[in-house]
Design a protein. Structure first.
Length: 400
C-alpha cells in the first residue's frame, strides 16, 4: 500500500451488514415498483431529471436492467419473499424473450458488447432458473461476438465496420464481455470461444496498461502486421489521461482475466491498476469522471466507476493470499459505505434509479464523445452497485 493510499483510507469506515441489508431492501422495493413500466420495456442508459425513461431493447446497456431484476430475485428469495420473487422471475423471463428475439433478428448486435447484454440477463437466467431460452440466446450472442475477432492482431474489434484501419481497435471495456465466451465454451464443449477469449485477454492486457499503470480506453492495432499501434481515448478527458470508468474496467477486467486463466501475472496487473485507481480518488473514495481530476475540481463524479472497481476487488480477493484478499475486501467495503451514505437514492419520489452522480459520457475539448447522462443515474452503475452489495452479503455465483 502506498503512503498516499494509506493516508486516503485512514479513518474510513467499512459498511456494516445492517447497512447492506437496508440498501438492498430499498433496491428491491424500487425495482418492484419499476416493474410496472419496465417489464415489457427497458430502462434507458441514464436518467433524466432523476428518472429513467422507457426504451425498446436497443443500445448496449439493456442487460444491466435485467441483471438488476435477477439480483433482486436472488435477494427476495434470500429474504423469503415469495410474492416478490415470483413477480421478478416472471419479469426476467419476459426480458429473456426480448433478448432471444433481439439476437435472432440481429438487432443492434454488430459490436463487442454481447457480454454486457447477455451475461447479466440470459446467462444469469439460465444459471438461476434453468431458462433454456436464456441459454439459447446467450450462445447465439457468443457466436455473434466471435465474428468480430481478428486473427491479425488477435483481438475482438469494438465497433464499426470490420477491416477498416480507423476501426481496427479494441477497448478496455471488452474484458467484461469475455466471460460470455468462457461460459459458452463450458456449456457447449466448443473450444473456439475459449481460444478467442484467451487471445483477446492477452492482447488487451499487454497493451492497455501504461507504464505508470493507468490505462488506455482505446487501443489501435496495425491492420497489416497485427502489431500494436497506438492508444487513444473516446470517453476520457484526453488521450493521456485515465478515464475513470476505463480504469475501473481494468480493475474488474484483470480480476476476471485471472479467474479464467489463473495466470499469476494478472494478479500483479490487478494490484498495479487498482493502485493507480486508488491513488487518484478524492477523500470520499468516489472518482471524478476522469482520474485527471481530483479534490476540489468542478467536474462531475462517476459513481458507477466506484461500484465497478469494488466488484473487481471483491472478485480478485477470492483468489489472493488471505492478507491481500482481506485488504481489497476492506477497501471495497469502504467504497460501498461511501456510496450508500452519500450517493444512493433514498426516495422513490426523487428518482426511479438507485445511485446518483454517475457520468455516462462527458464531452471535453480533446475527446470525440457526445455528452450524455452527466451527473445522473446510469443503468450499469445501478447494476454494479447491487452486485457489490450482493457479493458483500455472502456467497454469490457471478453472472460473469
Amino acid at each position: 500500500m502506498s503512503e498516499k493510499v494509506t493516508k486516503l483510507l485512514k479513518d474510513k469506515t467499512r459498511i456494516r451488514q445492517e447497512e447492506i441489508n437496508q440498501a438492498m431492501d430499498f433496491a428491491l422495493t424500487q425495482i418492484m415498483d419499476n416493474l410496472k413500466e419496465f417489464t415489457c420495456h427497458f430502462k434507458k442508459a441514464y436518467s433524466e431529471n432523476g428518472f429513467y425513461q422507457a426504451t425498446e431493447n436497443v443500445n448496449w446497456t439493456t442487460g444491466f436492467w435485467t441483471g438488476q431484476i435477477w439480483l433482486a430475485w436472488e435477494w427476495a428469495r434470500k429474504k423469503g419473499l415469495a410474492r416478490e420473487a415470483d413477480a421478478l422471475k416472471e419479469a426476467g423471463q419476459v426480458q429473456i424473450d426480448s433478448f432471444l428475439e433481439r439476437i435472432n433478428e440481429k438487432r443492434e448486435v454488430d459490436h463487442h458488447d454481447m457480454g454486457f447484454l447477455y451475461s447479466p440477463s440470459c446467462v444469469a437466467g439460465y444459471k438461476l432458473i434453468g431458462s433454456q431460452k436464456g441459454r439459447e440466446a446467450a450462445i447465439k450472442a457468443a457466436d455473434q461476438l466471435i465474428t468480430r475477432f481478428h486473427p491479425v492482431g488477435e483481438f475482438i474489434q469494438a465497433w464499426g465496420p470490420m477491416d477498416q484501419p480507423e476501426n481496427y481497435r479494441f477497448i478496455i471495456d471488452c474484458l467484461l464481455n469475455l466471460p460470455l465466451l468462457y461460459w459458452a465454451s463450458e456449456e457447449t464443449g466448443k473450444e473456439r470461444y475459449h481460444e478467442i477469449a484467451e487471445k483477446h485477454i492477452h492482447t488487451a492486457i499487454a497493451n492497455v496498461i501504461r507504464e505508470d499503470y493507468s490505462t488506455w480506453h482505446t487501443f489501435f492495432m496495425n491492420m497489416e502486421t497485427g502489431e500494436p499501434d497506438h492508444g487513444a481515448t473516446c470517453q476520457g478527458y484526453r488521450d493521456g489521461s485515465a478515464w475513470a470508468r476505463g480504469q475501473a474496467w481494468g480493475v474488474y477486467g484483470t480480476a476476471v482475466a485471472y479467474r479464467y486463466t489463473k495466470r499469476k501475472r494478472y494478479i500483479e496487473d490487478f494490484k498495479h491498476v487498482t493502485g493507480y485507481f486508488l491513488e487518484h480518488l478524492p477523500s470520499d473514495l468516489v472518482p471524478y469522471w476522469d482520474l485527471e481530476f481530483g479534490e476540489g475540481d468542478e467536474e462531475p463524479r462517476d459513481s458507477s466507476s466506484a461500484s465497478i472497481a469494488a466488484c473487481g476487488m471483491l472478485e480478485m480477493a477470492k483468489y489472493m493470499e488471505p492478507e491481500d484478499g482481506a485488504y481489497y475486501r476492506e477497501i471495497a467495503e469502504m467504497i460501498m459505505k461511501s456510496l450508500v451514505d452519500h450517493y444512493r437514492v433514498t426516495s422513490m419520489e426523487t428518482s426511479n434509479g438507485l445511485v446518483l452522480h454517475s457520468t455516462y459520457s462527458k464531452k471535453s475539448p480533446y475527446n470525440t464523445c457526445t455528452p450524455e447522462g452527466v451527473d445522473a443515474c446510469n443503468i450499469w452503475g445501478d447494476y454494479f452497485y447491487m452486485e457489490a452489495l450482493t457479493r458483500l452479503s455472502g456467497e454469490w455465483n457471478p453472472y460473469w
